[in-house]
Ligand binder design. Structure first.
Ligand code: FES
Length: 127
């Protein structure tokens, strides 16, 4: 059996929502200290809905595929729906990841949470 699913290879080769958002409403950046990979998520939010999302991932193929899939899963969703996204859901949508690559999907979950935390902080500082 191939180590990586077709979905992983597809999202790695043709990442969705790749890039930065210049006037983002929130940015979340996380890294994994062991492998050194870094993931950054940019959000545009209107009325609690994620209207646009982009990512930059400096890391392995599984991290790129995980960020691509995660952004697809929460685009157009509310903030609370995005917060409920787990790395397990990302992994399942990708058709699975090898055990030693599960932490790559955790990075996607954490980056989204960090971006939403940044959004909340920015909102508080406006009030
Ligand atoms: Fe660390 Fe993929 S090897 S994020």
């Amino acid at each position: 059996m191939a180590l990586y699913s077709e979905q992983v290879m597809d999202h790695f080769r043709n990442p969705r929502n790749l890039g930065a958002i210049e006037d983002a409403d929130a940015i979340g950046e996380v890294g994994n200290a062991t492998c050194g990979d870094i993931m950054r998520i940019y959000l545009k939010i209107n009325d609690e809905v994620i209207t646009d999302i982009k990512f930059e991932t400096f890391g392995c193929g599984s991290a790129i595929a995980s960020s691509s899939m995660a952004t697809e899963l929460i685009k157009g969703k509310t903030i609370s729906e995005a917060l409920a996204l787990t790395n397990k859901a990302v992994t399942e949508a990708l058709g699975g990841l090898p055990a030693h690559k599960i932490h790559c999907s955790v990075l996607a979950e954490e980056a989204i949470q960090a971006a939403i935390e940044d959004y909340r902080k920015r909102q508080e500082s406006k009030n």
